[in-house]
Design a protein around this ligand. Sequence first.
Ligand code: FMN
Length: 201
Amino acid sequence: MGTVLYIKSNMKPENESKTYKMSDCFIEEYKKNNPDDQIITLDLYKENIDFLHYEDLGVVFGPKNEESKNHPILKYAYQFLNADKFVVAAPLWNLGVPAILKAYIDYICVTGITFKYTENGPVGLCNGKKALFVASRGGDYSNSGAAEYEMGERYMRTIFGFLGITDFTSVHAENVDVQGIDVDKILNDACNRAIELAKTF
Ligand SMILES: Cc1cc2nc3c(=O)[nH]c(=O)nc-3n(C[C@H](O)[C@H](O)[C@H](O)COP(=O)(O)O)c2cc1C
């Protein structure tokens, strides 16, 4: 039995989010294929996640003990470490991820929990886990010139790699805000890709 952490980073209600349409397709199919797995849904807007403050630095970079597991910030890093797989749903906002997802990343990148410093530099402690990133984007970032401007998926792939998670796949829908385009078809195609991935994830 494995544990999947389903990380949601949109303030839109479930039925209005194009991103959640795809990530929910994935989760439903995943559940059918892995009925014994535990799926933990972490809706970031419903958590007490804030920007890091000065007094938090000692907590994030300081020593850890048994009590750390219940600390309001560190508990997210322990939860992350204890999961086997991750599904991250995030629309593209201003060429990056929603700020709440970045704030969450600042909560889970914790020395002594999800990574550590060594003589050779930082080393991730989350090896052997896998991640799916699900995104919808108003525009098109598929060609090499525009792809440089897409820093949401690129950032997530890089920071997960930093934590030791190199098995990182994505499903995305692009052009969803282009007038006159068949958005339903774009989303249905992306959902079908998500369903296929869910069978072997
Ligand atoms: C605050 C905000 C910023 C956005 N920035 C971008 C952007 O930089 N590039 C882009 O292509 N679309 C951008 N969009 C459009 C969203 O990526 C697009 O509408 C997406 O499908 C929304 O997904 P959702 O329905 O799950 O919220 C932005 C939307 C919002 C609300």
